[in-house]
Design a protein around this ligand. Sequence first.
Ligand SMILES: Cc1cc2nc3c(=O)[nH]c(=O)nc-3n(C[C@H](O)[C@H](O)[C@H](O)COP(=O)(O)O)c2cc1C
Length: 312
Amino acid sequence: MRIVLAPMEGLADVHLRRLITAQGGFDWVVSEFLRVVDRLYPRSVFYKLCPELLQQGRTESGVPVRVQLLGSDPEAMAANAVRAVELGSYGVDINFGCPSRTVNRRQGGAVMLKEPESLYRVVRAVREAVPGDVVVSAKMRLGYADTSLMLDNASAVESAGATELTVHARTRLQGYAPPAHWEALGEIRRHLRIPLIANGDICSVADYHRCVEIAGTPDVMLGRGAVRWPFLAQQIRVNHADASQWARIIPLLQHFWTEINARHLHKDRVGRMKQWINYLRQSHPEAEALWRLVREEKSVAGLDALLAENMR
Ligand SMILES: Cc1cc2nc3c(=O)[nH]c(=O)nc-3n(C[C@H](O)[C@H](O)[C@H](O)COP(=O)(O)O)c2cc1C
């Protein structure tokens, strides 16, 4: 069983990665993506995206972090992959799943799923550029508009030399709308020799078991489920589902707020805090009540007072 914390741009930043991995259960984390166009980024860009590179490529609880690159230019992707690895990234992950229109217009992310050959070229170039013992993984969706090229895309990634493949069980057009199509993952699993990491809507221990049964792989990537319940990976590992308890979330929220204030890394600290509360309200009624109180608040001092008053 391998459990990976998903890359989530603008959400799972260094702070949330630290906090979620500190609850245990994760084998590694994938960073937010670095969009590669045609140049090699300076080291400072990598450190900003993934400050864990300054601490041996690990979160404070020791979980390795893998830099994710997004782009379609094989040479530029290869050059940036080499730099990521030199700086201490735990392998390199390549994003073939991003649904953003801006990214897709520039031939990066999920639009590449229309042309398996383009996946092959990028993975191959990265594989050849980094040392042989470095993990090169890819993350894709089931397809762009439909799943007709799903197996071709998976084969392209495998034959180009990727070490593992994560699949978010939706097409680009399906966006993030439920359900995730775990049965398609089963088809990909049977088609591949490299490990398949299943992803999409695994939000509880019961979901994990259902997904494993349907997709036929014990390896999973957790995204929003871990944001809403940071203890999820550990509970999957010990196969024990505690009822979600708001009382266990409160210290994490308090810690997060203190941290983003202390480090001043976020221009919009209030927005970041509200963003997490917004995610939490989908599984905790108490977060819904808190959300109603804080959603209009724009100042740090105002939010601070509201949190102090309402998170006890
Ligand atoms: C806010 C947000 C940002 C995301 N950013 C990325 C990203 O940078 N790279 C990537 O490969 N996937 C990204 N994803 C997709 C997730 O990694 C994951 O595939 C998706 O959320 C489904 O898994 P889940 O249901 O466990 O959240 C993002 C998802 C969300 C919600």
